[in-house]
Design a protein around this ligand. Structure first.
Ligand SMILES: Nc1ncnc2c1ncn2[C@@H]1O[C@H](COP(=O)(O)OP(=O)(O)OP(=O)(O)O)[C@@H](O)[C@H]1O
Length: 356
Protein backbone atom coordinates (compact mmCIF):
# COMPACT_ATOMS: atom_id res chain seq x y z
CA UNK A 1 0.00 0.00 0.00
CA UNK A 2 2.97 2.24 0.49
CA UNK A 3 3.70 1.47 -3.16
CA UNK A 4 1.85 3.60 -5.69
CA UNK A 5 -0.86 1.63 -7.48
CA UNK A 6 -1.21 1.89 -11.24
CA UNK A 7 -2.99 5.19 -11.89
CA UNK A 8 -6.16 4.91 -13.95
CA UNK A 9 -8.11 7.56 -15.80
CA UNK A 10 -11.92 7.72 -15.91
CA UNK A 11 -13.91 8.49 -19.04
CA UNK A 12 -17.60 9.34 -18.94
CA UNK A 13 -19.51 9.72 -22.17
CA UNK A 14 -22.99 11.10 -22.70
CA UNK A 15 -24.34 9.80 -19.40
CA UNK A 16 -28.08 10.12 -18.82
CA UNK A 17 -30.07 9.01 -15.79
CA UNK A 18 -33.65 9.67 -14.70
CA UNK A 19 -35.66 8.61 -11.66
CA UNK A 20 -39.08 8.24 -13.24
CA UNK A 21 -39.91 11.56 -14.86
CA UNK A 22 -37.08 13.38 -13.00
CA UNK A 23 -33.93 13.83 -15.07
CA UNK A 24 -31.01 13.62 -12.65
CA UNK A 25 -28.05 13.44 -15.06
CA UNK A 26 -28.19 14.89 -18.56
CA UNK A 27 -25.48 14.38 -21.19
CA UNK A 28 -22.53 14.20 -18.79
CA UNK A 29 -19.15 14.07 -20.55
CA UNK A 30 -16.03 13.97 -18.45
CA UNK A 31 -12.44 12.83 -18.66
CA UNK A 32 -10.51 12.45 -15.40
CA UNK A 33 -6.77 11.98 -15.71
CA UNK A 34 -4.81 9.21 -13.99
CA UNK A 35 -3.80 10.31 -10.48
CA UNK A 36 -5.97 13.41 -10.53
CA UNK A 37 -7.80 14.76 -7.48
CA UNK A 38 -11.07 15.76 -9.09
CA UNK A 39 -14.05 17.43 -7.37
CA UNK A 40 -17.75 17.38 -8.25
CA UNK A 41 -19.07 20.69 -6.96
CA UNK A 42 -22.66 21.86 -6.98
CA UNK A 43 -25.66 22.77 -4.85
CA UNK A 44 -27.85 20.22 -3.10
CA UNK A 45 -29.78 18.10 -5.60
CA UNK A 46 -27.51 18.93 -8.56
CA UNK A 47 -26.71 15.24 -9.12
CA UNK A 48 -23.17 15.02 -7.69
CA UNK A 49 -23.83 11.95 -5.55
CA UNK A 50 -25.81 10.24 -8.30
CA UNK A 51 -22.89 10.73 -10.70
CA UNK A 52 -20.40 9.39 -8.14
CA UNK A 53 -22.64 6.42 -7.35
CA UNK A 54 -22.95 5.67 -11.06
CA UNK A 55 -19.15 5.45 -11.27
CA UNK A 56 -19.09 3.18 -8.21
CA UNK A 57 -21.87 1.00 -9.64
CA UNK A 58 -24.61 1.82 -7.13
CA UNK A 59 -28.15 2.77 -8.09
CA UNK A 60 -29.92 2.38 -11.42
CA UNK A 61 -27.94 1.80 -14.60
CA UNK A 62 -27.47 5.05 -16.54
CA UNK A 63 -27.25 5.17 -20.33
CA UNK A 64 -23.98 6.22 -21.94
CA UNK A 65 -20.50 4.95 -21.13
CA UNK A 66 -18.21 4.83 -18.08
CA UNK A 67 -14.66 3.56 -18.53
CA UNK A 68 -12.10 3.13 -15.77
CA UNK A 69 -8.57 2.60 -17.08
CA UNK A 70 -10.05 2.03 -20.52
CA UNK A 71 -12.31 -0.80 -19.28
CA UNK A 72 -16.06 -0.41 -19.78
CA UNK A 73 -17.57 -0.82 -16.28
CA UNK A 74 -21.21 0.12 -16.83
CA UNK A 75 -22.42 -3.46 -16.60
CA UNK A 76 -20.07 -4.54 -13.81
CA UNK A 77 -21.25 -4.77 -10.19
CA UNK A 78 -19.53 -2.41 -7.70
CA UNK A 79 -17.15 -5.05 -6.34
CA UNK A 80 -15.74 -5.75 -9.79
CA UNK A 81 -14.96 -2.11 -10.58
CA UNK A 82 -11.98 -1.88 -8.22
CA UNK A 83 -13.19 1.38 -6.69
CA UNK A 84 -13.20 2.31 -3.00
CA UNK A 85 -15.95 4.58 -1.74
CA UNK A 86 -16.08 6.61 1.48
CA UNK A 87 -19.52 7.83 2.54
CA UNK A 88 -20.53 10.96 4.39
CA UNK A 89 -21.83 8.87 7.31
CA UNK A 90 -18.55 6.82 7.65
CA UNK A 91 -20.75 3.73 8.25
CA UNK A 92 -18.25 2.01 10.57
CA UNK A 93 -19.50 -1.24 12.08
CA UNK A 94 -20.37 -0.23 15.68
CA UNK A 95 -19.84 -3.73 17.11
CA UNK A 96 -16.37 -4.17 15.57
CA UNK A 97 -13.11 -2.69 16.85
CA UNK A 98 -11.06 -0.31 14.71
CA UNK A 99 -8.76 -3.17 13.74
CA UNK A 100 -11.73 -5.39 12.79
CA UNK A 101 -13.42 -2.59 10.86
CA UNK A 102 -10.34 -2.05 8.73
CA UNK A 103 -9.84 -5.83 8.31
CA UNK A 104 -13.47 -6.40 7.25
CA UNK A 105 -13.04 -6.04 3.48
CA UNK A 106 -9.91 -8.20 3.49
CA UNK A 107 -11.62 -10.98 5.47
CA UNK A 108 -14.48 -10.92 2.96
CA UNK A 109 -11.89 -11.45 0.26
CA UNK A 110 -10.62 -14.43 2.31
CA UNK A 111 -6.99 -13.29 2.38
CA UNK A 112 -4.52 -15.12 4.65
CA UNK A 113 -4.47 -13.92 8.29
CA UNK A 114 -0.86 -12.75 8.22
CA UNK A 115 -1.46 -10.61 5.11
CA UNK A 116 -4.61 -9.11 6.66
CA UNK A 117 -2.69 -8.20 9.82
CA UNK A 118 0.12 -6.59 7.82
CA UNK A 119 -2.18 -4.59 5.54
CA UNK A 120 -4.40 -3.39 8.40
CA UNK A 121 -1.33 -2.20 10.27
CA UNK A 122 -0.07 -0.37 7.19
CA UNK A 123 -3.46 1.27 6.60
CA UNK A 124 -3.77 2.40 10.23
CA UNK A 125 -0.21 3.69 10.06
CA UNK A 126 -1.08 5.65 6.94
CA UNK A 127 -3.85 7.53 8.76
CA UNK A 128 -1.77 7.82 11.94
CA UNK A 129 -4.06 5.77 14.16
CA UNK A 130 -2.19 2.50 14.82
CA UNK A 131 -2.39 3.20 18.55
CA UNK A 132 -6.22 3.07 18.47
CA UNK A 133 -6.51 -0.38 16.82
CA UNK A 134 -8.28 -1.93 19.82
CA UNK A 135 -10.84 0.88 20.33
CA UNK A 136 -14.53 0.63 19.42
CA UNK A 137 -15.95 3.25 16.98
CA UNK A 138 -17.98 4.96 19.75
CA UNK A 139 -14.71 5.65 21.59
CA UNK A 140 -13.38 7.74 18.67
CA UNK A 141 -13.75 11.41 17.78
CA UNK A 142 -15.42 12.38 14.50
CA UNK A 143 -12.08 13.03 12.83
CA UNK A 144 -10.70 9.69 14.00
CA UNK A 145 -13.80 7.87 12.70
CA UNK A 146 -13.32 9.57 9.36
CA UNK A 147 -9.68 8.44 9.22
CA UNK A 148 -10.73 4.87 10.02
CA UNK A 149 -13.33 5.01 7.24
CA UNK A 150 -10.52 6.07 4.90
CA UNK A 151 -8.17 3.35 6.16
CA UNK A 152 -10.92 0.77 5.68
CA UNK A 153 -11.30 1.87 2.08
CA UNK A 154 -7.65 2.19 1.06
CA UNK A 155 -6.73 -1.14 2.70
CA UNK A 156 -8.45 -3.01 -0.13
CA UNK A 157 -6.09 -1.21 -2.53
CA UNK A 158 -8.72 0.23 -4.86
CA UNK A 159 -7.56 1.77 -8.12
CA UNK A 160 -9.96 4.68 -7.78
CA UNK A 161 -11.05 6.46 -4.60
CA UNK A 162 -14.57 7.94 -4.50
CA UNK A 163 -15.41 10.29 -1.63
CA UNK A 164 -19.00 11.44 -1.06
CA UNK A 165 -18.92 14.57 1.14
CA UNK A 166 -16.52 12.76 3.49
CA UNK A 167 -15.87 15.77 5.71
CA UNK A 168 -19.33 17.22 6.15
CA UNK A 169 -19.94 15.64 9.58
CA UNK A 170 -16.88 17.37 11.04
CA UNK A 171 -16.65 20.79 12.64
CA UNK A 172 -15.11 23.67 10.67
CA UNK A 173 -11.51 23.57 11.93
CA UNK A 174 -11.31 19.79 11.73
CA UNK A 175 -12.60 19.91 8.18
CA UNK A 176 -9.72 22.15 7.18
CA UNK A 177 -7.18 19.85 8.85
CA UNK A 178 -8.76 16.70 7.40
CA UNK A 179 -8.91 18.02 3.85
CA UNK A 180 -5.16 18.66 4.00
CA UNK A 181 -4.58 15.16 5.35
CA UNK A 182 -6.81 13.70 2.67
CA UNK A 183 -4.90 15.45 -0.08
CA UNK A 184 -1.54 14.37 1.40
CA UNK A 185 -2.78 10.77 1.55
CA UNK A 186 -4.06 10.92 -2.01
CA UNK A 187 -0.71 12.25 -3.26
CA UNK A 188 1.16 9.56 -1.34
CA UNK A 189 -0.97 6.75 -2.77
CA UNK A 190 -1.23 8.34 -6.22
CA UNK A 191 -4.86 7.27 -6.42
CA UNK A 192 -7.21 8.81 -8.96
CA UNK A 193 -9.74 10.42 -6.63
CA UNK A 194 -13.17 12.00 -6.99
CA UNK A 195 -14.40 14.16 -4.16
CA UNK A 196 -18.04 15.27 -3.95
CA UNK A 197 -18.73 18.50 -2.10
CA UNK A 198 -21.12 21.44 -2.09
CA UNK A 199 -18.44 23.59 -0.43
CA UNK A 200 -16.49 25.63 -2.97
CA UNK A 201 -13.64 26.34 -0.56
CA UNK A 202 -13.19 22.61 -0.01
CA UNK A 203 -13.16 21.95 -3.75
CA UNK A 204 -10.82 24.90 -4.45
CA UNK A 205 -8.31 23.94 -1.80
CA UNK A 206 -8.02 20.26 -2.70
CA UNK A 207 -8.79 19.57 -6.32
CA UNK A 208 -6.53 19.63 -9.35
CA UNK A 209 -9.65 20.16 -11.45
CA UNK A 210 -13.35 20.18 -10.84
CA UNK A 211 -16.70 19.95 -12.57
CA UNK A 212 -19.46 22.34 -11.49
CA UNK A 213 -22.91 20.76 -11.74
CA UNK A 214 -26.37 22.30 -11.79
CA UNK A 215 -29.58 20.34 -12.33
CA UNK A 216 -27.70 17.27 -13.54
CA UNK A 217 -25.77 19.16 -16.20
CA UNK A 218 -22.04 19.92 -16.08
CA UNK A 219 -21.71 23.69 -16.33
CA UNK A 220 -17.94 23.91 -16.56
CA UNK A 221 -14.78 21.85 -16.02
CA UNK A 222 -11.38 23.25 -15.14
CA UNK A 223 -8.83 24.16 -12.52
CA UNK A 224 -10.34 26.00 -9.52
CA UNK A 225 -8.64 29.29 -10.35
CA UNK A 226 -9.60 29.03 -14.01
CA UNK A 227 -13.27 28.64 -13.09
CA UNK A 228 -13.14 31.49 -10.58
CA UNK A 229 -11.41 33.88 -12.98
CA UNK A 230 -13.19 32.79 -16.18
CA UNK A 231 -16.64 31.46 -15.33
CA UNK A 232 -18.51 30.26 -18.41
CA UNK A 233 -21.88 31.46 -17.17
CA UNK A 234 -23.63 33.29 -14.33
CA UNK A 235 -24.33 30.08 -12.40
CA UNK A 236 -20.62 29.21 -12.16
CA UNK A 237 -19.70 32.84 -11.44
CA UNK A 238 -22.14 32.98 -8.53
CA UNK A 239 -21.42 29.51 -7.19
CA UNK A 240 -17.66 30.12 -6.98
CA UNK A 241 -17.52 33.01 -4.55
CA UNK A 242 -19.06 36.44 -4.47
CA UNK A 243 -19.88 37.79 -7.91
CA UNK A 244 -21.08 41.27 -8.78
CA UNK A 245 -23.18 41.09 -11.90
CA UNK A 246 -23.88 44.22 -13.96
CA UNK A 247 -26.58 43.94 -16.61
CA UNK A 248 -26.29 46.18 -19.66
CA UNK A 249 -25.21 46.41 -23.29
CA UNK A 250 -21.98 46.46 -25.23
CA UNK A 251 -21.99 49.57 -27.45
CA UNK A 252 -19.55 50.85 -30.01
CA UNK A 253 -18.74 54.52 -29.46
CA UNK A 254 -16.49 55.66 -32.27
CA UNK A 255 -13.57 53.21 -32.22
CA UNK A 256 -14.01 52.33 -28.54
CA UNK A 257 -16.19 49.65 -26.99
CA UNK A 258 -18.15 50.55 -23.88
CA UNK A 259 -20.29 48.57 -21.51
CA UNK A 260 -23.34 50.68 -20.71
CA UNK A 261 -25.34 49.66 -17.64
CA UNK A 262 -29.10 49.94 -17.35
CA UNK A 263 -28.59 53.05 -15.23
CA UNK A 264 -26.51 54.71 -17.99
CA UNK A 265 -23.00 54.33 -16.53
CA UNK A 266 -20.46 53.64 -19.28
CA UNK A 267 -17.36 51.52 -18.61
CA UNK A 268 -14.47 51.06 -21.07
CA UNK A 269 -14.18 47.49 -22.40
CA UNK A 270 -10.63 46.25 -22.94
CA UNK A 271 -11.72 42.98 -24.59
CA UNK A 272 -13.23 42.43 -28.00
CA UNK A 273 -16.96 41.90 -27.84
CA UNK A 274 -20.06 41.88 -29.98
CA UNK A 275 -22.45 44.78 -29.50
CA UNK A 276 -25.69 43.83 -27.73
CA UNK A 277 -27.12 42.83 -24.36
CA UNK A 278 -24.52 41.36 -21.99
CA UNK A 279 -23.59 40.93 -18.35
CA UNK A 280 -20.36 41.75 -16.63
CA UNK A 281 -19.05 39.71 -13.69
CA UNK A 282 -16.73 41.43 -11.25
CA UNK A 283 -15.18 39.97 -8.10
CA UNK A 284 -15.25 42.22 -5.00
CA UNK A 285 -11.47 42.67 -5.07
CA UNK A 286 -11.63 44.05 -8.61
CA UNK A 287 -13.51 47.16 -7.61
CA UNK A 288 -11.71 49.92 -5.72
CA UNK A 289 -13.75 52.18 -3.48
CA UNK A 290 -12.71 55.73 -2.62
CA UNK A 291 -14.36 58.95 -1.50
CA UNK A 292 -12.97 60.78 -4.56
CA UNK A 293 -14.22 60.79 -8.16
CA UNK A 294 -11.80 60.18 -11.02
CA UNK A 295 -11.95 59.32 -14.71
CA UNK A 296 -13.94 56.17 -15.54
CA UNK A 297 -15.36 55.87 -12.06
CA UNK A 298 -18.97 55.22 -11.21
CA UNK A 299 -20.70 57.01 -8.40
CA UNK A 300 -22.42 55.02 -5.68
CA UNK A 301 -23.72 55.16 -2.14
CA UNK A 302 -22.62 52.97 0.78
CA UNK A 303 -25.60 50.92 1.95
CA UNK A 304 -23.87 48.76 4.50
CA UNK A 305 -20.42 47.75 5.72
CA UNK A 306 -19.09 44.65 7.45
CA UNK A 307 -15.82 44.38 9.33
CA UNK A 308 -14.16 41.10 8.24
CA UNK A 309 -10.80 41.56 10.02
CA UNK A 310 -8.24 42.01 7.26
CA UNK A 311 -10.87 43.63 5.05
CA UNK A 312 -13.97 45.77 5.20
CA UNK A 313 -16.77 44.60 2.92
CA UNK A 314 -18.99 47.38 1.59
CA UNK A 315 -22.36 46.99 -0.10
CA UNK A 316 -22.59 49.91 -2.49
CA UNK A 317 -25.58 50.91 -4.57
CA UNK A 318 -24.19 51.81 -7.99
CA UNK A 319 -24.85 51.22 -11.69
CA UNK A 320 -28.32 49.94 -10.90
CA UNK A 321 -27.07 47.12 -8.62
CA UNK A 322 -25.98 46.47 -5.06
CA UNK A 323 -22.27 45.79 -5.47
CA UNK A 324 -20.01 44.01 -3.00
CA UNK A 325 -16.64 45.73 -2.69
CA UNK A 326 -13.76 44.68 -0.42
CA UNK A 327 -11.20 47.16 0.88
CA UNK A 328 -8.12 46.29 2.96
CA UNK A 329 -8.46 47.38 6.54
CA UNK A 330 -5.82 49.76 7.92
CA UNK A 331 -5.88 50.90 11.54
CA UNK A 332 -5.25 54.50 10.56
CA UNK A 333 -8.18 54.63 8.15
CA UNK A 334 -11.70 54.98 9.53
CA UNK A 335 -14.33 53.00 7.60
CA UNK A 336 -16.57 54.86 5.17
CA UNK A 337 -19.92 55.60 6.84
CA UNK A 338 -23.26 54.23 5.66
CA UNK A 339 -24.89 56.73 3.29
CA UNK A 340 -21.55 58.14 2.07
CA UNK A 341 -21.26 58.96 -1.62
CA UNK A 342 -18.29 57.08 -3.07
CA UNK A 343 -16.51 56.57 -6.38
CA UNK A 344 -15.93 53.04 -7.66
CA UNK A 345 -13.03 52.31 -9.97
CA UNK A 346 -13.61 49.08 -11.81
CA UNK A 347 -10.66 46.98 -12.97
CA UNK A 348 -12.12 46.07 -16.35
CA UNK A 349 -9.09 43.92 -17.25
CA UNK A 350 -10.32 41.35 -14.75
CA UNK A 351 -14.00 41.66 -15.65
CA UNK A 352 -15.70 38.70 -17.31
CA UNK A 353 -18.07 39.61 -20.11
CA UNK A 354 -20.94 37.16 -20.68
CA UNK A 355 -22.96 37.74 -23.81
CA UNK A 356 -26.67 37.16 -23.36
N1 LIG B 1 -33.57 7.05 -5.42
C1 LIG B 1 -34.05 8.20 -5.89
N2 LIG B 1 -35.31 8.30 -6.34
C2 LIG B 1 -35.80 9.45 -6.85
N3 LIG B 1 -35.09 10.61 -6.93
C3 LIG B 1 -33.82 10.58 -6.48
C4 LIG B 1 -33.23 9.39 -5.93
N4 LIG B 1 -31.96 9.68 -5.58
C5 LIG B 1 -31.76 10.99 -5.88
N5 LIG B 1 -32.86 11.53 -6.42
C6 LIG B 1 -33.02 12.91 -6.92
O1 LIG B 1 -31.98 13.15 -7.81
C7 LIG B 1 -31.50 14.49 -7.70
C8 LIG B 1 -30.01 14.51 -7.49
O2 LIG B 1 -29.70 13.94 -6.24
P1 LIG B 1 -28.20 13.79 -5.73
O3 LIG B 1 -28.22 13.14 -4.39
O4 LIG B 1 -27.38 13.18 -6.78
O5 LIG B 1 -27.78 15.32 -5.59
P2 LIG B 1 -26.53 15.95 -4.85
O6 LIG B 1 -26.02 17.02 -5.74
O7 LIG B 1 -25.57 14.90 -4.46
O8 LIG B 1 -27.20 16.61 -3.59
P3 LIG B 1 -26.75 16.62 -2.03
O9 LIG B 1 -25.59 17.55 -1.94
O10 LIG B 1 -27.98 17.15 -1.36
O11 LIG B 1 -26.44 15.20 -1.68
C9 LIG B 1 -32.30 15.12 -6.57
O12 LIG B 1 -33.33 15.89 -7.13
C10 LIG B 1 -32.85 13.94 -5.82
O13 LIG B 1 -34.07 14.25 -5.20
Amino acid sequence: MTMKTEMLGIEIENLHLAFGPTKVLTGVNLSIKPGEFFAFLGPSGSGKSTLLRSIAGFGPRPSGAIRIGGRDVLDLPPWKRNVGMVFQSYALWPHLSVQENVAFGLRERKLPGAEIARRVEEALDLVGLSHLAARMPNQLSGGQQQRIALARTVVIEPQVLLLDEPLSNLDASLRVQMRRELLALQRKLGLTTIFVTHDQEEANSTSDRMAVLDKGVIQQIGRPQELYDHPANLFVARFLGTANVLEGRVEKRGEALRFVTGSGDALPLPMTAKAGPSSIVLRPQNITISPLCGPDTIIGQVLHSEFLGSQIRYIVQAAGSDLVVDKSHHMSEPPLPTGAEVALQVNMDSAVLLTA
